[in-house]
Design a protein around this ligand. Structure first.
Ligand code: AZC
Length: 799
């Protein structure tokens, strides 16, 4: 896909004319975006075609990553980058007098995910293609992406995100690959040719239409496929859809992404969504396998791996059983063996409320045949344990209990591999959360620490840093992320350290300009940029950060000359619309921001900036400019975290609890290059065991905590009479403060004091920062994918 600058300029102008009948000076930025994206797509289409043809010809084993969320963000720049065109196009645009950044900004974020889990799925798509593996995505083409967040009077307001409004250049509707998905009605089993076959009555068929998007590998010619499904009414079934309700139930299947990654909101619709994309995906995989690979289904596991990203796609296990038995005539035993060998499962959280359990009656109504098969899986599972394990153990591990279907149990029983997403998380799964299953299937459990697309977060988003790296250690780190370690040689090289300092300063100036534009708040790029960007959740403890800001404010009010190094606190976070407490925290942060930013006594020593609508493209802007990365979840609660990795790669220093992947970051950079604090996960579990944490004692006995917490109810922070009260009460009750905010407060203050001191020595700070960047290669999703490929999916790379 080679292209010279003059070719690019010529083609671009010609296509503006051919496609839109416009000259450059007549075209809007959106016109230019569409034309440029069209050029990119036609250029990679040949490779796309070639890639799938070669998989078919070689009968290559293919992975299908089933995920209810994908979060690629904007794709123009990353496609250009992966094709090796980015610099040419940037230069060419400049020569044509076009502001390239404005063109990039025309693209709506593809935001079909909530947070970490969805972003991980997309980074895996990039890594699979870039490592040259046959790995595809399977998901839902939501009409509305994750809501747009606005702040009105400091409150979060959710607006619809109609991202498809202006069309989506990247996708291709593949009508001929449509399949039918059956919902509802009654099902009976009847003998036929010596087997029991289902007979359906009163069920409804929905047409699933795939929209495919090319997933372009980094400079290797590989283009894999992300297949997202849309729901339509089948032409010859129209008469069965009589009421508005019928129509709406089909539309709803692909209309909204549930804006909550931790509760079972909208249960019935969620069950339908899950079954919809799982059934459509598996049908299309089997159709393709039978047509192009022409092998018996008993060998499916040699050619196909299906990955279940958290429990949302776990009905895949029952659906594959159904397809193999009902549609293709395999017996139970054969079908089960193939299914378990094909399926693998990742758990992303230990939070009990995020563990999906579906009401058995609801499943009966929506997916009756699937429930039947799950019941049979459950019956056989129980049978296999009887006599070997006591009844309690069986009740704890079986899939169906108390009229609920436990989806994680289904995923575990039906998969050959179960992984956590960081070392600690996997250990907690084995020792605590899934301990019973670990006893049953120790060989199935393994760890796969998450990773991030370093090319995006470093090379594309932080060209200043990338230029220094390229010059000092060469550009191989883009392909071999561990090459970043070569940077360690320069830890005492003043020239390199000065360059790093200058690059960070320039990035901070860019962000300061953006902040001014977006919020009107003036911030100094000389201050410490202290960043906490992630979903708003009690366990992530944005509140801990906020309590410290309140304390600093109080300190400065008492003594305006207090020796506090200037700091800008930058937040980005969405709260699930139904999550009252999280929304109260947002309101409080916004009110503290108002108070602090406008108080002349503070002399600009503190600024608080809560940027609206945190999403991938906002992360693209913030991360290169961060000095400090807040990773302060209560130990044991954050399965891995991934913003911790992106931020360290960009040279931010982490203030960290010993949680999730923070522990592994700490292991690589060493004690001196990270600021750790707080309880360990063992200590947290000890508190749970003896029920000995009493938040009220901290409130009563610690005058600093007392004063800070009172600020939420005594009028210090204005306009939060309801929200302040809610937070106050959640903290000070005898058994309150579920996430030990007050317990970790003092330790957090100490860690932050160290940050404050360390930042005063710019050379030493730059050195620590360099050590973080140099160790970030370990957290490349390219390497994570290599480990999945070797241990779980058993794929072979492309030639
Ligand atoms: C997140 C975890 O909270 C986060 O720690 C992890 O880094 C990320 O997955 C990727 O593994 N979980 C989710 O986004 N959602 C659920 C349901 O766990």
């Amino acid at each position: 896909m080679s292209l010279t600058k003059s070719q690019f300029k010529q083609n671009f102008k010609r296509r503006l004319k051919d496609d839109l009948a416009l000259d450059i000076d007549e075209a809007s930025y959106f016109d230019m975006y569409k034309v440029l994206a069209g050029m990119v797509k036609s250029a990679y289409n040949q490779n796309w075609h070639h890639t799938w043809r070669s998989y078919d010809q070689q009968h290559k084993k293919q992975l299908y990553y089933f995920s209810i969320e994908f979060l690629p963000g904007r794709m123009l720049q990353s496609n250009l980058f992966n094709m090796g065109w980015l610099e040419i196009v940037k230069d060419g645009m400049k020569e044509l007098g076009v502001d390239f950044e404005k063109v990039v900004e025309q693209e709506n974020d593809m935001a079909l995910g909530n947070g970490g889990l969805g972003r991980l799925a997309s980074s895996f798509m990039d890594a699979l293609a870039s490592d040259g593996y046959a790995g595809n995505g399977n998901g839902i083409r939501y009409k509305y992406g994750l809501f747009k967040q606005k702040f009105i009077d400091g409150y979060q307001v959710e607006l619809p995100n109609n991202w498809l409004n202006e069309g989506n250049v990247w996708e291709e509707r593949r009508e001929t690959h449509s399949v039918l998905v059956r919902f509802g009605g009654q099902v009976y089993l009847q003998p036929k040719n010596g087997q029991l076959k289902p007979v359906y009555e009163g069920s409804q068929l929905v047409k699933a239409v795939p929209y495919d998007t090319g997933m372009v590998g980094y400079e290797n010619g590989v283009v894999n496929t992300l297949r997202l499904w849309d729901a339509e009414i089948p032409e010859d079934e129209e008469s069965k859809y009589r009421t508005i309700d019928d129509l709406r139930r089909v539309e709803d299947l692909t209309s909204v992404l549930y804006p909550d990654d931790s509760t079972e909101d909208g249960r019935r619709m969620r069950i339908r969504q899950e079954y919809f994309f799982v059934s459509a995906g598996l049908q299309s995989i089997l159709n393709h396998y039978l047509e192009k690979y022409d092998q018996p289904l008993t060998k499916l596991d040699q050619y196909v791996a299906v990955h279940i990203n958290d429990t949302h796609p776990s009905m895949a296990i029952a659906e594959l059983m159904r397809l193999l038995m009902d549609e293709h005539g395999l017996g139970w035993e054969d079908a089960w063996q193939v299914t378990v060998n094909v399926m693998s499962y990742t758990n992303h959280t230990i939070m009990a409320e995020a563990m999906e359990r579906w009401d058995i009656n609801m499943m009966q109504q929506e997916v009756p045949r699937i429930l039947q098969i799950i019941q049979e899986i459950d019956r056989r599972f129980v049978l296999s344990l009887e006599g070997k394990y006591d009844q309690n153990f069986i009740n704890r591990t079986r899939i169906i209990a108390n009229n609920q279907v436990h989806m994680a149990h289904l995923a575990i029983i039906g998969s050959h591999s179960i992984n956590g997403v960081a070392k600690l998380h996997t250990e907690l799964l084995k020792k605590e959360v899934l301990h019973d299953f670990y006893r049953l299937y120790p060989e199935r459990f393994n760890n796969k620490t998450n990773g991030v697309t370093l090319r995006r977060w470093m090379a594309i988003d932080n060209p200043r840093l990338a230029a220094i790296l390229d010059q000092e250690i060469g550009s191989d780190w883009r392909k071999n992320p561990l090459e970043l370690e070569k940077l360690l040689k320069y830890r005492s090289n003043n020239k390199v350290l000065d360059q790093l300092i200058a690059a960070k300063q320039a990035n901070k100036r860019d962000l300061a300009k953006f902040i001014k534009q977006q919020t009107g708040i003036e911030v100094s790029s000389k201050a410490i940029f202290d960043v906490q960007i992630k979903r708003l959740h009690a366990y992530k403890r944005q509140l801990l950060n906020l309590l410290r800001i309140v304390k600093l404010y109080q300190d400065l009010k008492a003594n305006p000359n207090a020796d506090i190094y200037p700091r800008v606190f930058i937040f980005g976070a969405k709260a699930a619309p139904s999550y009252q407490y999280a929304k109260a925290v947002i309101k409080c942060i916004n009110e503290v921001a108002n108070l602090v930013n406008n108080d002349p006594d503070i002399h600009d020593k503190l600024k608080v900036v809560f940027l609206e609508n945190y999403n991938v493209s906002l992360a693209d802007r913030i991360i290169p400019a961060a000095d400090v990365s807040e990773q302060i979840s209560l130990a044991s609660k954050e399965a891995s975290g991934t913003s911790n990795m992106k931020l360290m790669a960009n040279g931010a220093l982490t203030v960290a609890t010993m949680d999730g992947a923070n522990i592994e970051i700490h292991d690589y950079v060493g004690d001196d290059n990270i600021f750790t604090f707080g309880l360990s996960s063992q200590e947290v579990y000890r508190y749970y065991a003896d029920n000995s944490y009493h938040a009220s004692e901290y409130y009563e006995n610690d005058p600093v905590i007392h004063r800070v917490v009172d600020a939420f109810v005594d009028g210090t922070i204005p306009n939060i009479s309801m929200e302040g009260r809610e937070i106050f009460e959640s903290l000070v009750q005898y058994n309150g403060d579920q996430f030990f905010v007050l317990r970790d407060f003092e330790s957090y203050l100490k860690a932050q004091d160290k940050v404050d001191q360390a930042y005063r020595n710019p050379k030493h700070w730059a050195q620590m920062s360099l050590i973080n960047t140099a160790n970030a290669g370990h957290f490349s999703s390219d390497l994570t994918i290599d480990r999945y490929v070797d241990d779980v999916w058993k794929l072979t790379p492309n030639k």
